[in-house]
Every structure is written in C-alpha cells, then in structure tokens.
Design a protein around this ligand. Structure first.
Ligand SMILES: C[S@@+](CC[C@H](N)C(=O)[O-])C[C@H]1O[C@@H](n2cnc3c(N)ncnc32)[C@H](O)[C@@H]1O
Length: 222
C-alpha cells in the first residue's frame, strides 16, 4: 500500500511523519512524554474516553500505533473494528497489534467522504486527528459531516484534540506546538475551544466537551 496523497495536497504533511520507525516509538514519545509533559492529558484519560464510548461496530480514524484500541474495553468480546488512515503505515502497524480482533483496514482521507457503509457504525473515534488536519476548525469539521453519514442512529463520535486557544498552554507546550506546526505535523494554530463546541453543536443534539491541559475531549450524538 502506498499513501494516496501527493506532497502538494494540503492533507499530506499531517500524515507524513508516521513511518514504521516513528510508530515503533510512538507510545513512548507521543503518548508517554508529549501527552503527560506537553499536553497534560494522560493516556489513561484517553483510554477512559474510549472505554466510555467505544461500541460494537467501531470505526477508528487516524489510528497511529493503535494503542488506545489495544488498551480500551469493548462492550463485546468480538467487536467489528474498521481502521481508517490516510497513511498505510499506521494501518499496518495497528492492524497487527489488534489482530486478535481481525480489524478491517481502509486507506482514506478523513477530509473526503469515507466510502464506507452508510449507517454502518455505532461509534467513530477521532483521537488526536483534528490537530493534524489542515485548515481551521470550521473547515476541518467536515470530518464530522462524513462521520454522520457512517454513524447508525444513536451512534456516537468521540475523540480529543490539542487546541491553541481556550485552553491553558505552558511556555513549553506552546513552543512544542509551534515547532510541530512549523514542521506540518500539527495544523492547529487557530484551533479554539469555543469554535470546536460551535461546530459540534451545529451538527449534533447531545454533546460533551471537556478540557484536560491543552486537550479538548469530546463526544457527540445526533
Ligand atoms: C497523532 S496520530 C493519532 C493516533 C491515535 N489516534 C492516538 O490517539 O494515539 C494521527 C493519525 O492521523 C492520521 N492522519 C493524519 N491526517 C489524516 C487524514 N487527512 N486522514 C486520515 N488520517 C490522517 C496519521 O497518519 C496518524 O495515524
């Protein structure tokens, strides 16, 4: 599998960093160091978010190393999991880690219609995806529209994202965030807590948005 975006595509930079080598240290660097020290939102809190919302037919978008799906508790022993990512490396890495669940993989851009079954999922996870997507919160929220298409009635979309404003940054976390933006790994310099709430409110009836450090944790249902 090759990545199906070219470097001139706005979505390219946000997925390009996830090489097999990077994924082998992802848990340690991104979930160990960055989550605790920089963003001040522990992986335990993220696993709790998954425990609360993950359902039998689950679609995960932007899968990274697959850590959260590996650690969370599904409501059944045999969940139907679909992993979606623009980059084939995380798909391969996470599918191997989660092989006990025999997940399906789907290589696709979250900013375009997913080409997955309409109303085919009870939950969609978007953890630490939005801050990798180009554009402002209003334009990247097109992802929520695509999620609505694949969610079954009563289904839930949930996840978390590092924000630039509406949350408290330390000088170190702002420095790190700016550095990641200059490399193109992050694209969140204009991502604001209230803007995120507004975009969710526009689309969903029931929503919950909480803040841990520099991270907004959200869940929403129609
Ligand atoms: C920071 S990692 C998050 C991994 C995991 N969800 C976690 O919380 O640990 C971001 C993931 O999103 C993927 N990604 C970035 N841009 C994407 C896009 N436009 N469409 C689909 N996946 C994308 C990357 O390849 C990567 O696997």
């Amino acid at each position: 599998m090759k990545t199906n975006v070219t470097p001139d595509d706005a979505a390219y930079a946000g997925q390009a960093a996830y090489t097999p080598r990077m994924l082998s240290v992802y848990d340690l660097v991104v979930l160990g160091f960055n989550a605790h020290v920089m963003w001040r939102c522990s992986p335990r809190r993220l696993v709790a978010l998954y425990d609360e919302h993950v359902a039998r037919r689950h679609l995960d978008i932007g899968v990274g190393s697959g850590y959260l799906l590996d650690k969370c508790r599904f409501p059944t022993e045999s969940p139907e999991i679909t992993l979606m990512d623009l980059n084939p490396n995380p798909l391969e890495f996470a599918a191997k880690r989660l092989r006990r669940y025999r997940p399906k993989t789907h290589q696709a851009n979250a900013l375009a219609p997913f080409d997955l079954p309409i109303a085919g999922f009870d939950s969609v996870g978007l953890n630490w995806l939005l801050h990798c997507l180009p554009g402002d919160i209003a334009s990247k929220s097109v992802v929520f529209d695509h999620c609505q298409t694949v969610l079954a009635p009563g289904g839930v979309v949930f996840g978390s994202t590092v924000l630039s404003s509406g949350v408290k940054h330390t000088p170190w976390s702002r420095l790190m965030m700016n550095k990641l933006n200059s490399k193109g790994v992050f694209s969140n310099l204009h991502d604001d807590l209230e803007h995120l709430r507004d975009q969710l409110r526009k689309r969903f009836d029931a929503l919950d948005v909480q803040v841990a450090g520099t991270v907004a944790l959200f869940s929403a249902r129609s």
